[in-house]
Design a protein around this ligand. Structure first.
Ligand SMILES: [Zn+2]
Length: 131
């Protein structure tokens, strides 16, 4: 019953997306911070974040909200990718990671093989690298 009412209420509305999830996570973090710090500005900011998140969720202007989310993903995707490669690098103890001195392409070599000649697959440069 409540579920149906909610479904009816939400029909034609935008709902959740990655940007809203992000806003809510930031909201929770700031909310906890505001409990500790008790800054009036922070309280206001958390409230504004919550209002934006709700506004976006209940919005009927779906195209506009979708465009906002796309923009958000465009901004955050490189950051997330860097984070992912960093995690892979840290957990991968069998390889040494470096960038091609010619084109900047990310490369890796097996560790502990001394000085080896590396051939860049991206630009074709050949150079020596210690492994
Ligand atoms: Zn290269």
């Amino acid at each position: 019953m409540i579920r149906q009412a909610l479904a009816r209420f939400m029909s034609g509305r935008y709902g959740g997306d990655q940007l809203n999830l992000f806003l809510i996570v930031v909201y929770v973090v700031l909310y906890v911070l505001s409990l500790i710090l008790r800054w009036p500005v922070l309280n206001l900011l958390t409230l504004v974040l919550l209002i934006i998140a709700f506004f976006r969720m209940l919005s009927r202007n779906i195209d506009r909200r979708r465009a906002e989310n796309t923009k958000f993903l465009q901004i955050t995707r490189p950051v997330l990718r860097n984070f992912k490669t960093l995690r892979v690098r840290v957990s991968d103890r069998d390889h040494r990671y470096f960038k091609c001195p010619n084109c900047g392409q990310q490369m890796r070599v097996p560790r502990g093989k001394g000085r080896i000649t590396v051939h860049c697959r991206s630009c074709g440069a050949t150079f020596e690298e210690k492994s």
